[in-house]
Design a protein around this ligand. Structure first.
Ligand SMILES: NC(=O)C1=CN([C@@H]2O[C@H](COP(=O)(O)OP(=O)(O)OC[C@H]3O[C@@H](n4cnc5c(N)ncnc54)[C@H](O)[C@@H]3O)[C@@H](O)[C@H]2O)C=CC1
Ligand SMILES: CC(=O)C(C)=O
Length: 259
């Protein structure tokens, strides 16, 4: 188990990709701090990890709020007795034509997808520096962080911003033995995609399920991605085999976007 004795904090851990990452890191031997805005979802995932024999603590926090992120990181260290890895996974989608997007919508998605990652980087890096033995910061990007998609323009802009933060933080923290990388999934069949599909349907008149199928048809490996597919990459980025990698935003999309 590559993460024995390590403590990892995962945001947006209540469902979907975050849940998959938390379960995988627990199987790798990590103690887990789970963060989400939904307490009921956190409790359910914590019970799954405990059933595997894992140690887990949960914190309700909104990642867009800097003080709440700091409090979650402080609690994780106190309750689990360490702090080695943060996975800044929480994020929201938005489907809207550029012509009709509002300032409120832009503010909300940048607050969660970009500031949420920034506050996580800041709080975690300060802990790693204070402890003096480095650490790993892992951020949620997307294929939309490598290519702008129609009706997903503002969402894409947030994910391009995550790549920029990942590169800049990698350079700023390298001398402290802190690595910063990002994972960029393609089409993962979570609630996020159910909502994206529904919004496309509202805007374009596509039948429910049609947009999702169209995207999946564009995947070279011929199937939608699972949270476990993403979690495998995150386990690698969280473990010792990736010690010499930093500043990278790695596509894991079954063959959709080639960079
Ligand atoms: N589903 C997909 O196809 C893809 C997802 N991603 C990214 O992966 C990450 C996870 O996505 P999914 O699991 O699909 O989403 P999801 O919508 O299924 O789950 C997101 C989780 O984050 C939590 N959350 C939302 N806002 C929060 C906030 N302000 N503070 C704390 N927690 C919050 C939700 O309660 C939920 O548990 C996101 O950053 C997303 O942009 C990237 C590429 C593809
Ligand atoms: C949700 C997401 O990142 C895409 C583009 O599928």
């Amino acid at each position: 188990m590559s993460m024995n004795g390590k403590v990892a904090l995962v945001t947006g851990a209540g469902q979907g990709i975050g849940r998959g990452i938390a379960l995988r890191l627990a199987k790798e031997g990590a103690r887990l701090a789970l963060v989400d805005i939904r307490n009921d979802a956190l409790t359910a995932v914590a019970q799954e990890i405990e059933a595997l024999g894992g140690k887990v603590a949960t914190f309700v926090a909104d990642v867009g709020d800097r003080a709440q992120v700091q409090a979650a990181v402080d609690h994780a260290e106190q309750e689990l007795g360490g702090f080695d890895v943060i996975v800044n996974n929480a994020g929201i989608a938005q489907v809207q034509a550029i012509a009709s997007v509002t300032p409120e919508e832009v503010e909300r998605i940048f607050r969660i997808n970009v500031q949420g990652v920034l506050w996580g980087i800041q709080a975690a890096a300060a802990k790693f520096i204070a402890r003096g033995h480095g650490g790993k910061i892992i951020n949620a990007c997307s294929i939309a962080g490598h290519e702008g998609f129609a009706l997903l323009g503002v969402y894409s802009a947030t994910k391009f911003a995550v790549r920029a933060l990942t590169q800049a933080a990698a350079k700023e923290y390298a001398s402290r033995k802190i690595t910063v990388n990002a994972y960029c999934p393609g089409v993962v069949g979570t609630d996020m995609w159910t909502e994206i599909d529904r919004r496309f349907s509202d805007i374009t008149g596509a039948k429910l399920g049609e947009t999702y199928r169209k995207y999946v048809d564009g995947i070279a490996l011929g199937r939608a991605e699972t949270a476990d597919d993403v979690a495998g990459l995150v386990a690698y980025l969280a473990g010792p085999d990736s010690d010499y990698m930093t500043g990278q935003s790695i596509l894991i999309d079954g063959g959709m976007v080639y960079r």
